[in-house]
Ligand binder design. Structure first.
Ligand SMILES: [Zn+2]
Length: 162
């Protein structure tokens, strides 16, 4: 993605500052558990391990992105094929989320917004966004593309089929 215009650049500076806060906060932190989703931070990574005896409460980066509505991934879906098969396609999307989320607690869907011209799915992580695009392309062909931005801290995925 080419964020060249002035407004975009300003937007990006703002986002970079905020983005650091999402992960750096945890770089040296002791084990902790997210009070919202129960993801556990231990040994430098997030898991769903519930056996961990962790008393420190926090809010994980994914829950913070969700409450701030600040996505790392955008998936743009266009074309008549989606309109005709939206139930099946959204089932596939939700299945991909279930798989991703079980391995990587920070990879989640934030929102699915359908409008007349397109459907936009926002995600907390870049990995899940790419996986959803790949799954759509594998299952339904069509046109699939993606572009990283912000030094690969965010991603835009495009999928279209008429
Ligand atoms: Zn959480």
């Amino acid at each position: 993605m080419n964020f060249k215009s002035n407004s975009r650049r300003k937007d990006r500076l703002l986002k970079d500052q905020r983005k650091d806060a999402y992960l750096d906060q945890f770089s040296t932190r002791e084990s902790s558990v997210c009070a919202k989703c129960n993801a556990v931070y231990t040994n430098g990574r997030w898991t769903w391990k519930t056996s961990e005896q962790t008393t420190t409460r926090t809010t994980c980066p994914a829950c913070r992105r969700i409450s701030d509505n600040y996505p790392a991934g955008y998936i743009e879906i266009k074309g008549n094929f989606f309109v005709q098969h939206s139930n099946d396609i959204l089932n596939l999307v939700n299945n991909v989320e279930r798989q991703e989320k079980s391995d990587r607690p920070l990879e989640r869907i934030i929102a699915i917004q359908e409008s007349k011209s397109k459907t936009v799915i926002t995600t907390t992580g870049i990995h899940i966004a790419r996986r959803i695009g790949e799954a759509l392309s594998r299952s339904y062909q069509g046109t699939f593309d993606f572009q990283y931005a912000d030094g690969e801290k965010s991603i835009r995925v495009f999928w279209e089929r008429e």
